[in-house]
Design a protein around this ligand. Structure first.
Ligand SMILES: [Cu+2]
Length: 151
């Protein structure tokens, strides 16, 4: 009888922990003007849990969100200028993505899925990306986001 009770409480713990870890859907807006300046994703940095999704909303027309780099084993995404696209993130680590037509204006963003295990590799990717940014005033937008958000 005791065994059954123990098994029952274990089952209860598993059930409730599943509720705690339910996946969320977050929103990232593509904007002509935002808090960080012109041609931005908002928020530019977002930390989510593994299994969560992000809906990329083309608030202003003419933007996309395309993977620049992600952790090993992750699948690249591309919103293809659709008004709203939801992408699920199952592989932990840092992702760098850009808006293809406005990348030279530093229209890019960073996603952290649970941990930052690929931080060293991502720092190199950010450096490579920033070498292609043509506007001096936003040249360090991505490395600034990394430095202030990724521990
Ligand atoms: Cu854009």
């Amino acid at each position: 009888m005791k065994k059954i009770i123990k098994l029952g409480s274990l089952f209860f713990i598993i059930l409730t922990s599943n509720i705690t870890f339910a996946a969320d859907t977050h929103v990232v807006k593509m904007l002509n003007n935002g808090e960080l300046g012109s041609m931005v994703f908002e928020p530019g940095f977002i930390k989510i849990n593994s299994g969560d999704s992000i809906t990329f909303e083309m608030t202003d027309a003419g933007h996309n969100a395309v993977t620049v780099a992600g952790p090993e084993g992750s699948i690249p995404f591309d919103t293809k200028y659709k008004p709203s696209v939801t992408v699920k993130f199952d592989v932990n680590g840092l992702y760098l993505y850009k808006c293809a037509p406005h990348a030279m204006m530093a229209m890019a963003g960073i996603i952290q899925v649970s941990d930052a295990s690929n931080k060293a590799e991502m720092a190199k990717e950010v450096e490579k990306f920033e070498a292609t940014v043509m506007m001096p005033n936003v040249k360090t937008r991505m490395s600034d986001l990394m430095n202030s958000n990724v521990k």
